[in-house]
Write a protein that binds this ligand. Structure first.
Ligand code: KG4
Ligand code: ZN
Length: 347
C-alpha cells in the first residue's frame, strides 16, 4: 500500500510517500522559517501563499523520488486541521484534486492524530498508550485507545510549551522559532545547579493534583529576570538552562501523574508506552527527563526520530496508512478545520 501525504498546517510544506511496510519512499520538507523570521512568528497569510507557491513542485519531486506513478498510489492523505486555515486549505485541496483526478481514496488527517501515531511508523506500538503531545500550539496528555479514539487527560490553560520556548527565546533576542535556539544557548551553560540557583523557576501549580499545564507564569518570571539586570552571554545561557530545566521537569512531573493514572486504569498492560511527539520533543533535555520518569513508572518511552518530530509529510502519510487500513476514507466534501480536537474524531 503506497500513500502520498501532504502537510501544510503551519510553516512547513511537507510531502512524503510511504508504504504500509513502514518504508519511507520519499520525504521532503520545505521550511518557510526565513519568510517569517523578520516578523518574529508565523504570518498566516504569508504561510498560505508560500504553500501555494511550492506544493505542486514538491508533490512532483516526492513522487519522482519515490519512483512511483500516481496510479500506483492507494490513497492520498492531507492534513485537514487543526492549523492555520489558509495553509490547511492549500494542502487539503491539492490532496483532494490528486485523489479525484486519479480516482484514489482521500484520507482526511487530523494533524494531532498524525503526531500521536508517528511512533507507530517506526515500530509496532500496540494500543492503548499514553501520549504527551508538545508542539507550538498544543500541550496535551492523552490516551490513544485506537485509531480515531483518544481520551484527553490534560491540556494547557494558557500557552503551549512550544509557545513558552518561543516567547521566552524572543525576549532573550533569539531568532524564531526559539525552541532549538534556546536549547543551543542552554548548552553553553557549564553549571546547571548554579543557573537554577541564580534564576530559580518552579514547576507551575506543583501542588495541584490535577493533571494540567500552565506556562504563562513562567513566561512572566523569565521576563522579569531579563528586565531585572544587564545580561552577558554567560547569564543569558544560565537563564536559558534554568528555563529549559524547569520546562523538562514540568513535563516529566505531569507525565508521571498521568502514568500513575494509566496504570490504575489499565492494570493488565505490561510495560506500557509513553509516546512523546510534536516539535518540542526534539529537545534533548526534555527527552532525558521523560526517559527517567518513564523508567521510574515502569513505562517505555518512545520518541520519533528528530526529522519526524517537527511537522512533516511522512507523519501525515503514515496516518493515512492507518486511516485507510481502518476503513476511514473521507468524502471529498470534508472541510478544513482550524480547530479539530482529537476527541471529536469519534463522531
Ligand atoms: O510540531 P511543530 O513542528 O509545529 C506545531 O506547532 O504543530 O512544533 C513547533 C514547536 C516550536 O514552538 C518550536 O520552537 C518547538 O516546536 N521546538 C523546540 C525544539 N525544536 C522545535 N522546542 C524546544 N527544543 C527544541 N529542540
Ligand atoms: Zn505539529
Amino acid at each position: 500500500m503506497n500513500i502520498l501525504g501532504i502537510e501544510t498546517s503551519c510553516d512547513e510544506t511537507g510531502v512524503a510517500v510511504i508504504n504500509d511496510r513502514r518504508e519511507v519512499l520519499s520525504h521532503l520538507v520545505l521550511s518557510q522559517i526565513k519568510d517569517h523570521q523578520i516578523f518574529g512568528g508565523v504570518v498566516p497569510e504569508i504561510a498560505a501563499r508560500a504553500h501555494l507557491d511550492h506544493i505542486d513542485a514538491l508533490v512532483q519531486a516526492a513522487m519522482r523520488e519515490a519512483k512511483i506513478d500516481f496510479d500506483q498510489l492507494d490513497g492520498v492523505a492531507a492534513t485537514c486541521g487543526p492549523g492555520l486555515i489558509g495553509g490547511v486549505m492549500v494542502g487539503m485541496m491539492a490532496g483532494k484534486a490528486i485523489a479525484l483526478a486519479h480516482n484514489k481514496p482521500f484520507l482526511a488527517v487530523n494533524h494531532l492524530e498524525a503526531h500521536a501515531l508517528t511512533p507507530r511508523l517506526i515500530t509496532d506500538i500496540p494500543f492503548p498508550y499514553l501520549v504527551l503531545l508538545v508542539s507550538g500550539g498544543h500541550t496535551q496528555i492523552l490516551v490513544a485507545e485506537d485509531i480515531g479514539v483518544y481520551h484527553l487527560w490534560a491540556s494547557t490553560r494558557d500557552d503551549a510549551v512550544g509557545e513558552c520556548f518561543d516567547k521566552c527565546a524572543k525576549m532573550m533576542g533569539l531568532p524564531y522559532p526559539g525552541g532549538p535556539h534556546l536549547e543551543q544557548l542552554a548548552a553553553q551553560c557549564p553549571d546547571l545547579a548554579a543557573a537554577k540557583a541564580r534564576y530559580p523557576l518552579a514547576i507551575p501549580m506543583q501542588h495541584s493534583k490535577e493533571i494540567a499545564f500552565s506556562f504563562s507564569g513562567l513566561k512572566t518570571a523569565v521576563r522579569n529576570m531579563i528586565m531585572g539586570e544587564e545580561h552577558t552571554d554567560a547569564t543569558r545561557a544560565m537563564l536559558a538552562a534554568s528555563l529549559q530545566a524547569v520546562l523538562a521537569d514540568t513535563l516529566a512531573f505531569r507525565a508521571g501523574q498521568a502514568m500513575a493514572k494509566f496504570k490504575q486504569l489499565y492494570p493488565q498492560k505490561q510495560t506500557p508506552a509513553l509516546i512523546v511527539c510534536g516539535g518540542v520533543s526534539a529537545n534533548q533535555s526534555i527527552r532525558a527527563a521523560l526517559h527517567a520518569a518513564a523508567q521510574k513508572n515502569g513505562f517505555h518511552l518512545s520518541a520519533p526520530p528528530m526529522e519526524y518530530c517537527t511537522d512533516n509529510g511522512a507523519m501525515i502519510a503514515w496516518a493515512g496508512v492507518e486511516l485507510l487500513q481502518a476503513g476511514r476514507i473521507a468524502p471529498l466534501t470534508v472541510k478544513a478545520r482550524p480547530r479539530w480536537p482529537l476527541e471529536e474524531l469519534k463522531e
